[in-house]
Design a protein around this ligand. Structure first.
Ligand SMILES: Cc1cc2nc3c(=O)[nH]c(=O)nc-3n(C[C@H](O)[C@H](O)[C@H](O)COP(=O)(O)OP(=O)(O)OC[C@H]3O[C@@H](n4cnc5c(N)ncnc54)[C@H](O)[C@@H]3O)c2cc1C
Length: 437
């Protein structure tokens, strides 16, 4: 006989979407139960970018200062090297947010920070080692989930189940929601390699010899990602580790003295890149968000940000309905309406980036930077435009009530007063000059 638990909102998955939604709903007085199948957040690399728009949400929530005390690196621009030609890709110095950088922080530190803050709210209940295995239904409506826990099976009854269980979502499958797959011609191999003090600072993409190597500065090591042709990992393994090390050294010669650190294929993890999207993100009693609703490619490093933006929109649109125990299909549909457009835009950009990478694989010799690239990087302001697109994204979300909080209001009043002061100053100066003539 399974144990039973009653909650208002059952969130399946303690990734960026799940913990953020748990935080925001419990902050609004909704009782939430967040289930995470692992015992902690310490897992393989899954991206560790916290974008300016997410940092702005922290500001709106009043926890930015505390967040910035957690160890992180600040990425103020992104650079690339194509066949020896170095250039800046994106510059975050003019994004219209308080933090003009991407914070690079291991995802487990980010998730621990959000959950620690969420525990301040009475309605927040995080259950680790709880794996959702199936959905519970009554008269065509989803009424909860079945979970495997350290104490055996548990039935969790809820007014709403939110699937935040990532790209392999079990809940999405159990619901039978139709998924459109867009395919991706690339996979990524992730591994760590030592970093020396005199290595290039914020170098991001290295393109040469038909490969692209992404290097993320993590202090004393690089988190490295080698972009390869789809399903070619087994071929690469067959050729051997020595050849793999040579490939790395060929693309980034300054790594030659430490490629020997890679001793075993176990240290090299494959990310099978996927790009897909649910046609319908909801059913009565169920909503899917984050990667469960739309698996993102790592191109541009925006999946975490998008998952968090989904969580913010969901909390903004559903918190009142959940508190009043009145979550209608129309409300669930409003979340999809709000978030589908930015998802489509970003996935279209990622599909284009995939095409560029696919072309790259055709030339396995040394690459020469094309003149079009050299001309494009000279367009005035282009790096700021890209910085804004990457850092803020499409249709950024805001914490609805925080924008009306006293701190936020005071800040806006101060800005308006400053603007009015400057305008009045101009008028007075103009009149004085005019009067003097
Ligand atoms: C190798 C790799 C590198 C990436 N790099 C970047 C990057 O640099 N920047 C970026 O923005 N994005 C990156 N991404 C994408 C990013 O990780 C995702 O887009 C983002 O994490 C989606 O967040 P999510 O909360 O929707 O899902 P996830 O982060 O996938 O979280 C899902 C959670 O649900 C849990 N779970 C799954 N099934 C169950 C179940 N049945 N019951 C209970 N819990 C369950 C999982 O353990 C997990 O904690 C990368 C992804 C990978 C795999």
């Amino acid at each position: 006989m399974a144990n039973t638990l009653q909650t208002t909102c059952c969130i399946v998955g303690g990734g960026p979407a799940g913990v953020m939604l748990g935080y925001l709903l419990s902050r609004k007085g909704v009782h939430v139960t967040v289930l995470e199948k692992h015992k902690d957040f310490f897992r393989d690399f899954r991206g560790d970018t916290v974008h300016p728009s997410t940092l702005e949400l922290m500001h709106e929530l009043g926890i930015l200062e505390e967040f910035l005390h957690v160890r992180h690196q600040q990425l103020r621009s992104i650079s690339g090297v194509v066949g020896g030609f170095r250039f800046k890709v994106a510059d975050f110095s003019r994004v219209p947010t308080h933090c003009k950088f991407v914070a690079l922080m291991p995802q487990w530190d980010f998730l621990n920070f959000v959950t620690e803050n969420a525990r301040r709210f009475q309605g927040f209940d995080l259950r680790m080692q709880h794996e959702a295995t199936d959905l519970l239904r009554n008269s065509g409506r989803i009424t909860g989930i079945m979970a495997q826990t350290p104490d055996g099976l548990m039935e969790i009854m809820a007014d709403l189940v939110v699937a935040c269980d990532g790209r392999q979502s079990r809940i999405r499958k159990a619901a039978g929601l139709p998924l459109a797959e867009f395919g991706a011609p690339i996979d990524v191999l992730w591994f760590r390699i030592g970093r020396h003090k005199d290595d290039p600072e914020q170098l991001f993409g290295n393109i040469n010899y038909g490969r692209a190597l992404v290097l993320i500065n993590r202090g004393d090591y690089f988190q490295a990602g080698l972009i390869i042709r789809k399903d070619s990992f087994e071929d690469i393994k067959r050729v051997g580790l020595e050849a793999f090390r040579d490939t790395i050294a060929q693309i980034a010669p300054y790594l030659r003295d430490r490629v020997h650190e890679l001793q075993d294929w176990e240290e090299i993890k494959l990310l099978s890149v996927k790009l897909n999207r649910l046609e319908r993100w909801h059913q009565p009693g169920l909503l899917c968000i984050g990667d469960a609703a739309h698996a993102m490619s790592p191109a541009g490093g925006v999946g975490i940000n998008l998952a968090i933006q989904d969580a913010v929109a969901t909390a903004n649109l559903l918190a009142d309905g959940l508190r009043e125990r009145r979550v209608t299909d129309e409300l669930l549909q409003s979340v999809q309406r709000r978030r589908e457009f930015p998802t489509r835009m970003i996935q279209a950009a990622q599909a284009n980036a995939h095409k560029v990478f696919a072309q790259l694989f055709r030339n396995t010799g040394p690459v020469k930077a094309p003149w079009q690239l050299k001309a494009a990087v000279r367009i005035p302001g282009i790096t700021h435009v890209i910085g804004r697109a990457v850092g803020i994204g499409v249709r950024p979300e805001h914490i609805r009530d925080a924008r009306r909080s006293p701190a936020y209001r005071n800040e806006r009043v101060a800005k308006i007063a400053l603007g009015v002061g400057i305008a009045v100053g101009f008028v007075i100066a103009y009149r004085k000059l005019w009067g003097a003539r």
